[in-house]
Design a protein around this ligand. Structure first.
Ligand SMILES: NC(=O)c1ccc[n+]([C@@H]2O[C@H](COP(=O)([O-])OP(=O)(O)OC[C@H]3O[C@@H](n4cnc5c(N)ncnc54)[C@H](OP(=O)(O)O)[C@@H]3O)[C@@H](O)[C@H]2O)c1
Length: 271
């Protein structure tokens, strides 16, 4: 079987780091980030993206890179737009030129969050903040390039690397006597490793005949863990679950976890 070349963007991120590990059995994984990997690309620079793809000529481009600072995006609109909307469009156009497939990640923030039941792929998008708007523009740019792609929308990503809710709660548990967490915002926390392993599973299914696979399955999909919870219940589970109990018990025996409402937490980005 052909040795597949997989170009992995955002390899230092939560999802990218897990992808690097899980994609390895499929072929040669070429990790790229803007700072630390041997091969670097700055997604603000279109020429760098084009050169990278023309030089590597991968079979798959997996794009786990993004501007993910949801609140900061409100005052950093241009940068968020460049990385989340323009860069994915360039990736899609370049992927099409070399007949590579693009795997890209998007977010539940493309919806307005007012629906009481879980969103389906065909539901109307209506982002309410800059991050969501730029991610939706990125999706549209990929679709309009008309190449082979999978856009995998996920939500509430956590893992043992990077900035995420799980790590924040564990840190706060060591620093504070009391934590207030909102209990009126619902979602599906999704482990970064689940996203990576699902992606690898999908690509494994495509390898035998990628052209037929992507002709059939190119599109937008929701990829989250099943079930829903709110941030308060999620925090409670984080603190209760066995693997973390030592951290919890050793440093926060008097910790009080208190439910609160989203309106008491005014943040720059609407959600
Ligand atoms: N985090 C969530 O809760 C969440 C929820 C839903 C969807 N998603 C989506 O899931 C995907 C992965 O998110 P994540 O949480 O794993 O992201 P993350 O941990 O914030 O990592 C972002 C990655 O993007 C890279 N990057 C940022 N700016 C770049 C630039 N100018 N040029 C090149 N690389 C750049 C970073 O590289 P450096 O380390 O070099 O800066 C890093 O590797 C994204 O598409 C995100 O929108 C995330």
């Amino acid at each position: 079987m052909k040795n597949l070349k997989i170009l992995l963007l955002g390899s230092t991120g939560q999802v990218g780091w897990e992808l690097h590990r899980s994609l390895l059995p499929l072929g040669t994984v070429i990790p790229v980030s803007q700072s630390t990997s041997p091969l670097q690309v700055d997604l603000r620079k279109g020429e760098q993206i084009r050169d990278l793809i023309q030089t590597v000529r991968p079979d798959f481009i997996v794009n786990a890179a993004a501007y993910t600072a949801v609140d900061r995006a409100e005052s950093d609109r241009d940068l968020a737009h460049t990385i989340n909307a323009i860069a994915p469009g360039i990736l899609a156009v370049e992927a099409k030129k070399i007949e590579a497939a693009l795997i890209h990640y998007s977010t539940d923030y493309v919806f307005n969050g007012r629906q009481a039941i879980p969103y389906q792929e065909y539901d109307q998008t209506d982002p309410v903040n800059v991050y969501g708007k730029t991610k939706l523009e990125g999706e549209k740019a990929i679709v309009s390039a008309e190449g082979n792609y999978l856009i995998l929308r996920t939500s509430w990503v956590y893992g043992n690397r990077g900035k995420n809710f799980l790590r924040t709660i564990l840190r706060l548990a060591q620093e504070k006597p009391e934590i207030r967490i909102v209990d009126d915002q619902w979602g599906a926390p999704t482990w970064s490793r689940t996203i990576a392993e699902s992606t690898t599973f999908i690509l494994t299914r495509s390898i035998a005949s990628p052209r037929q696979f992507f002709e059939k399955f190119t599109g937008i999909y929701h990829l989250t863990a099943s079930g829903i919870t709110n941030w308060y219940e999620f925090a409670r589970s984080i603190l209760e679950l066995a693997p973390f109990r030592t951290v919890f018990e050793s440093c926060s025996s008097s910790l009080a976890l208190l439910p609160t409402k989203i309106k008491s937490f005014p943040l720059p980005a609407k959600s």
